[in-house]
Design a protein around this ligand. Structure first.
Ligand code: HPA
Length: 270
């Protein structure tokens, strides 16, 4: 296991000497933030031993390393999803690689549906906690002791100070930032209306097909985590219309800049 991480680290070090402090995972249609990185070094996932490639639409499939808002960052332009058929261990491989490269804080973004009917399309939400309904956990199997303990505490998985920081920066920027619970669903079908009603009863505010595995792995290896969702649609059954991938893409495109500005404002304060 160590050898594959060593080879992956070496493949990054061949391309850049920068030691990233912050890792950023960009969600569906939100890859534009990587375009703001100064002196970017692009490293396609295919060039990194142990990395699987992303097949999801709107996901570029490369690391971008460089400076953003004065911080050394490694950005994932495109992530891996469980619904693509990837093993959980492959989905979290880049998070563990980031840890090996020196990353202390993980910033995660995603596109999601609103389960909470008080929320609106285009809203941003800082994730306070999650519910894992993916039916799998990236920490199953032999524990990787070099990263963390067998039984990983999740009480403060979404770092409270970073959540407060995000809320404060949003206020400064005049952006409304919701807070709530994200429910991770395996996909790739969207949820049924009955599932959405059930998830609401369970305490979910939003639903999406990512984030949960990466945050569990980040917690396991002791990283701080900030996660911000962009609500691209009301979840199934709320509006009595079919969900469409195009709506998700269009909303992400329309609101990406607001989310990017927020993350860029937060970074120097981490
Ligand atoms: N459900 C699951 N994943 C999503 C949704 C949704 O409604 N919108 C964007 N990603």
């Amino acid at each position: 296991m160590n050898q594959i991480f060593d080879a992956a680290v070496a493949s990054i070090h061949e391309k850049t000497t920068l030691v990233p402090e912050i890792g950023i995972i960009l969600g569906s249609g939100l890859g534009g933030l990587a375009g703001r990185i100064e002196d970017p070094v692009y490293i396609p996932y295919a060039c990194v031993p142990g990395m699987k490639c992303s097949t999801a639409p709107g996901h570029e499939g490369r690391f971008v390393v460089g400076m953003l808002a004065g911080k050394a960052v490694i950005c994932m332009q495109g992530r891996l999803h469980f619904y693509e058929g990837h093993a959980m261990s492959d989905i979290v491989f880049p998070v563990r690689l980031m840890k090996k490269l020196g990353v202390k804080t993980l910033v995660v973004t995603n596109a999601c549906g609103a389960v909470n009917t008080d929320f609106s399309i285009g809203d941003l939400m800082v994730i306070e906690d999650h519910i894992n309904m993916m039916g799998a956990n990236p920490l199953t199997g032999p524990n990787l002791n070099e990263f963390g303990p067998r039984f990983c505490d999740m009480t403060f998985a979404y770092t409270p100070n970073l959540r407060e920081l995000a809320l404060d920066e949003a206020k400064k920027q005049g952006v409304e930032l919701r807070r709530g619970v994200y429910l991770g669903y395996m996909g790739p079908s969207y949820e049924t209306p009955a599932e959405i009603r059930a998830f609401r009863a369970l305490g979910a505010d939003t639903v999406g097909m990512s984030t949960v595995p990466e945050v569990i792995a980040a917690s396991h290896c002791g990283m701080d985590v900030l996660a911000i969702s962009l609500i691209t649609n009301m979840a199934a059954g709320i509006q009595k219309v079919k969900l469409s991938e195009q709506e998700v893409i269009d909303t992400a495109a329309a609101r990406a800049e607001v989310l990017q500005n927020l993350v860029e404002g937060i970074l120097p304060r981490i």
